[in-house]
Design a binder for this molecule. Structure first.
Ligand SMILES: [Zn+2]
Length: 370
């Protein structure tokens, strides 16, 4: 977990009960078995110039990021280099060499999104190779803004207050004192791949698919020849990515995320190559599970608000959480609050809820539409 992240990298214990797990098929069985046995998966040559290289994600239950090496004619691109640590750099660089690519010969780095378990090692790999770094412009903007700690810190307390967080809880939910500033040290991208473009990899046809939600600039990459979709954190086989919000975000991303899930129905024939856990098939079915999961969550939010208008905090404390609300502490509570706000604002957008303007206490509440 990265305390300084504007939205948490992925959902962990604060998430609501999880959608069912699809049965792995094909090549993903090897990775799934490694996951179940809590082993580190092996480096794999998936054929067609695509390799899977696990990179350690220390002190996190996800344990590793699956980086992908894509080789072309005189070029090599690494997608999601992983979390920045010496152990991770060793695993990535040795993995590239094992796949027959000198790390110094890498020509490009692409990240599915800005979170440090994906983009963290981009700087070290670019320093070793001179490779370009590609990130969607919306995530590049997030990276630039997140580096301004002072602005972020001053926006925290009014945002928490407005969302109904009790005074006694506020100090534990701000990033002040929790920040390790990982965002301000990550490499700045040098290219901004956009939806529909082919990536710069001669001899291969890999197209950019913009899937905003988990972050505003989240990208998937479709290998058109092999029919594989690199899904980043947008679509994972077991967990649901955090769809949160943060101070200054006027348009929480749940509606965009649901749209990005529907978009994946067009890629159902592809094998999914996610950035965590294991490879799988059945992209459309997995996307439907996640759509149903958020629909259930929206229904639960409406039930909680049936009796009386409530703030985002008041709503969050009454929702179902896998650890129970009392089992969620510190920044995980902030993450849970942010997810709740995303659902509330989404339901205002659909017309199911209305926002009740703040009165003298400065707290915004939500009510079921008449
Ligand atoms: Zn991740």
């Amino acid at each position: 977990m990265t305390p300084s992240s504007p939205s948490e990298p992925v959902t962990t214990p604060a998430s609501p009960p999880r959608p069912p797990i699809p049965a792995p098929q094909g090549s993903g069985v090897v990775q799934h078995t490694a996951w179940l046995e809590r082993r580190f998966p092996e480096i794999e040559d998936l054929g067609g110039g695509t390799f899977s290289i696990p990179v350690p994600f220390p002190d996190n239950p996800l344990r590793y990021t699956l980086s992908y090496l894509l080789t072309g004619d005189g070029a090599a691109v690494v997608v999601d280099p992983g979390w920045d640590s010496d152990e991770g750099a060793d695993a990535l660089f040795a993995g590239l060499a094992e796949c027959g690519v000198d790390p110094a010969a890498v020509t490009g780095i692409l990240v599915s999104h800005v979170h440090p378990d994906h983009h963290g090692l981009s700087g070290r790999l670019a320093a070793a190779s001179g490779a370009w770094i590609g990130m969607h412009a919306d995530d590049a903007a997030l990276l630039a803004a997140a580096g301004d700690r002072a602005a972020r810190g001053s926006a925290d307390v009014p945002w928490l207050t407005r969302n109904g967080v009790p005074k006694s809880e506020i100090a534990g939910l701000t990033y002040a004192g929790n920040t390790d500033d990982v965002f301000s040290t990550m490499a700045r991208p040098t290219r901004a791949p956009a939806d529909g473009e082919l990536i710069d990899l001669p001899g291969r046809r890999v197209r950019v698919v913009w899937t905003p939600g988990h972050t505003p600039g989240h990208l998937c990459f479709h290998d058109e020849d092999a029919d594989r979709l690199l899904t980043g954190d947008h679509l994972l086989p077991r967990i649901s990515p955090n769809i949160g919000t943060h101070p200054g975000d006027d348009d929480p991303p749940l509606a965009r995320y649901l749209g990005s899930l529907r978009r994946l129905r067009d890629y159902d024939s592809a094998e999914a190559l996610p950035a965590h856990e294991w490879r799988f098939e059945g992209i459309a079915a997995r996307a439907e599970q996640l759509l149903a999961h958020h629909q259930e969550r929206c229904d639960e939010v409406l039930r909680v608000l049936t009796d009386a208008p409530k703030s985002a905090w008041g709503t969050a404390t009454e929702l179902t959480w896998s650890r129970g609300w009392s089992g969620i502490h510190g920044l995980m509570r902030r993450s849970a609050l942010a997810e709740t706000i995303s659902h509330l604002v989404y339901l205002v957008g659909t017309g199911a809820l209305v926002e009740v303007p703040a009165d003298t206490d400065g707290v915004v509440r939500y009510a079921v539409s008449a």
